[in-house]
Design a binder for this molecule. Structure first.
Ligand SMILES: Cc1cc2nc3c(=O)[nH]c(=O)nc-3n(C[C@H](O)[C@H](O)[C@H](O)COP(=O)(O)OP(=O)(O)OC[C@H]3O[C@@H](n4cnc5c(N)ncnc54)[C@H](O)[C@@H]3O)c2cc1C
Length: 408
């Protein structure tokens, strides 16, 4: 699958990453993880100290799939807002899900990042969510009420208060605490390196195909004809997992992003809060460690990479125009040093999925689809690792592909 096209920013920030060998022999292990994007990397990290013999295999290099095309905003708020999720899944399930996202970011900061030898430029940032127009004011109000009731740190901002954070006003806004920005490429390399240091075997440039899965375990075949025999398999192939097993709840669309030139002065953007809005699709922005602006959005309902890529130039112009409308100080100063399009998947019901399909026994499918893909991968990988080790977690069934929700 053609996952992305264009000039990517993150690989330019980490020019000499660790290389890993390709598979050149038959292999046996307890667990094989297919995919070394952020999902596979998180899973390898979770399993690294379990005593299991674990292998990770990627057909590209580490982080060369969607994980190099994402914009690295880590937010506990989802594309499906909390008050909407409560309507769909009931209050307890929705609030628990939001806290799971929040806790995943906190754990990344407190536990995971300090243990990595590659610094992923994680910076905790507040998020500013604004009403795109007068009619959407109600959306911000409802979301603010839902977040406050659930115990999150949220502050409602009138237009004049919003202007203290960014140089533009909208009918209403809200500031939330607990989010972060990260370099997703370095994060993935850091997690993989930590796993490798603990004995997980990492392989790149090796495409694998599912040959057989039964009660005995899983057999994979590499493109070079080698066989990999595992007791369990975890498919974390990102959006390409749909080529192994099609999940009926998944929808693939397209998204766009640019990264500007380095800008001398961003002081008009207080604390470089991460910005997003209530419109769908929405614009969003963050800054980078080297003083650039990342702006993304303008999603299109096409899964066709040719159609997706034909729009890169016009999307770049629209994204630049939006930056100039948010930050008029930058008129004539900003250009896109990097620009790309990417395929992007989400679930019909807005929640990520752990697939366990009868036709593929002894296997898990980590489908962290949605705008919070990294956050989802962080906690889905932990849920899968715990399940695999025989530990019970009631959250596991909430993410099952067979889920049935009890709404109130
Ligand atoms: C433009 C854009 C912006 C985004 N912004 C954000 C954001 O701000 N925050 C956020 O949380 N998420 C964001 N996302 C989503 C995020 O990128 C994804 O959720 C995340 O990267 C998925 O990681 P993954 O490891 O599941 O997939 P991938 O990174 O695609 O990794 C899967 C890996 O599996 C490998 N693979 C596939 N098939 C095989 C096979 N048969 N054999 C061997 N290897 C195989 C691939 O080569 C690939 O490396 C964004 C996505 C896009 C496109």
């Amino acid at each position: 699958m053609d996952l992305k096209t264009g000039r990517l920013y993150w690989p330019a920030t980490y020019k000499e990453p660790q290389a890993y060998p390709s598979v050149e022999a038959d292999l046996e292990c307890d667990v094989v993880i297919i995919g070394a994007g952020v999902s596979g990397a998180c899973t390898a990290y979770e399993l690294k100290d379990t005593g299991l013999d674990v292998i990770v295999i990627d057909k590209r290099t580490v982080a060369a799939g969607s994980s190099s095309a994402n914009t690295g905003l880590l937010q506990f708020s989802n594309d499906q807002l909390l008050f909407e999720a409560i309507r769909s899944f009931g209050e307890k399930a929705a609030v628990d899900h939001y806290w799971r996202c929040y806790d995943a970011i906190s754990r990344l900061r407190d536990e995971i990042v300090p243990s990595l030898s590659v610094d992923p430029d994680l910076i905790m940032r507040d998020s500013l969510f604004f009403a795109s127009n007068e009619e959407e004011k109600e959306v911000v109000e409802q979301e603010y009420q839902a977040l406050k009731k659930a115990g999150f740190d949220a502050t409602y901002l009138e237009p004049d208060e919003m202007e203290k954070w960014v140089p533009f006003k909208r009918p209403a806004a809200m500031l939330t605490k607990g989010d972060a920005e990260v370099n997703p490429y370095k994060l993935t390399y850091g997690l993989i390196q930590a796993a490798a240091d603990s004995g997980v075997r990492i392989f790149e440039q090796t495409e694998v195909f599912l040959k057989k899965a039964d009660d005995e375990g899983v057999l994979l075949r590499t493109e070079g004809g080698y066989i990999i025999k595992a007791k369990k398999a975890i498919f974390s192939q990102g959006y390409e997992t749909q080529e192994t097993v099609k999940e009926k709840n998944a929808v693939i669309e397209s998204s766009y992003a640019i990264v500007t030139n380095q800008l001398k002065d961003l002081s008009f953007w207080k604390d470089n809060v991460m910005i997003w809005e209530s419109a769908r699709p929405y614009f969003y922005a963050r800054s980078t460690a080297d003083g650039r602006i990342v702006m993304g959005g303008l999603d299109e309902r096409t899964s066709d990479p040719d159609k997706r890529d034909q729009m890169i130039v016009s999307k770049r112009k629209q994204l630049l125009a939006e930056i100039e409308s948010w930050f008029p100080q930058l008129k004539g100063e900003v250009q896109a040093d990097f620009e790309w399009s990417g395929s992007f998947a989400h679930m019909h019901d807005g929640q990520p999925v752990i697939g366990q399909y009868d036709r593929v026994p002894n296997s898990y499918f980590l489908l962290g689809y949605g705008g919070n893909g990294i956050v989802y991968s962080l906690f889905l990988s932990k849920l899968i690792a715990r399940h695999l080790m025989g530990e019970k977690d009631e959250a596991f069934s909430f993410y099952s592909h067979e889920r049935v929700y009890e709404t109130t």
